[in-house]
Design a protein around this ligand. Structure first.
Ligand SMILES: Cc1cc2nc3c(=O)[nH]c(=O)nc-3n(C[C@H](O)[C@H](O)[C@H](O)COP(=O)(O)O)c2cc1C
Length: 216
């Protein structure tokens, strides 16, 4: 009996320590992913098919205290998005705008000053449903911080260029991108992502936010 009690106590202590180590900011309530509270001036809006961008988005929200919102496509992709590769390429190369199932009301988005916008790199472009989200609002003067997860990082610049293009009147972090690619040429991958700082996964988020001057 005493031994069971000891084991139970050790488990509770271990769990508390793990929670404290894994979370330097506030715990994010994942049930609120479609209904941001509107109590902060910062929003993390992202699309994720297999969870990598989701993990980065959660970490950003934890560290910045931001609201978080998951962009859901009206037409879901199959569980393994590589099986939807042709559709995804068609959307990217056709610069299409797949419908969003859960667009936020414009007046809710207007309340935010800073919006982190996250996407996987899909055929060296953002997931086009993220562009549908960006096109749906007047984001003039708002600070837009794109973040991208990827398999190989190659062609990251092209996805960033596209997100900048979809938010022409916003203030961007970083403020500039390497210019030596043609942002309108989306069919031929152009390999230049020199100088783009991106965390890639959740573990790198804290130092990335610090390097970008977004947290101290
Ligand atoms: C159809 C498809 C196309 C992809 N294209 C690229 C690419 O061009 N460059 C790259 O680095 N990764 C590419 N990836 C890998 C994803 O960007 C990477 O796995 C990402 O972290 C997935 O994010 P998620 O888990 O949030 O969906 C592709 C993945 C899929 C399914």
């Amino acid at each position: 009996m005493k031994r069971n009690l000891l084991i139970a106590s050790l488990l509770v202590i271990a769990q508390s320590l793990m929670a404290a180590c894994s979370n330097n900011g506030q715990r994010v309530d994942e049930s609120s992913l479609s209904e941001p509270s509107g109590e902060t001036k910062t929003l993390v809006a992202y699309f994720s098919a297999t969870g990598n961008t989701h993990a980065v988005a959660l970490r950003i929200a934890e560290l910045t205290g931001a609201d978080i919102y998951r962009i859901e496509p009206a037409q879901s992709y199959v569980d393994n998005p590589y099986d939807d590769s042709q559709l995804i390429q068609d959307e990217a190369y056709g610069d299409l705008r797949p419908e969003v199932a859960n667009l936020l009301p414009a007046e809710d988005v207007a309340r935010y000053d800073t919006i982190y916008v996250g996407t996987p790199l899909w055929w060296h472009q953002p997931a086009m449903v993220v562009c549908t989200f960006l096109d749906a609002y007047d984001l003039s003067g708002k600070v837009i911080v794109p973040f991208v997860t990827y398999g190989a990082r190659t062609y990251l610049n092209e996805a960033m260029q596209k997100m900048f293009k979809c938010t022409p009147n916003s203030v961007h972090v970083p403020s500039e991108l390497p210019e030596d690619i043609d942002p309108d040429n989306i069919r031929e991958p152009q390999d230049d992502d020199d100088g783009i700082d991106m965390p890639g996964n959740a573990r790198g988020v804290e130092e990335w936010l610090q390097r970008m001057g977004l947290i101290h």
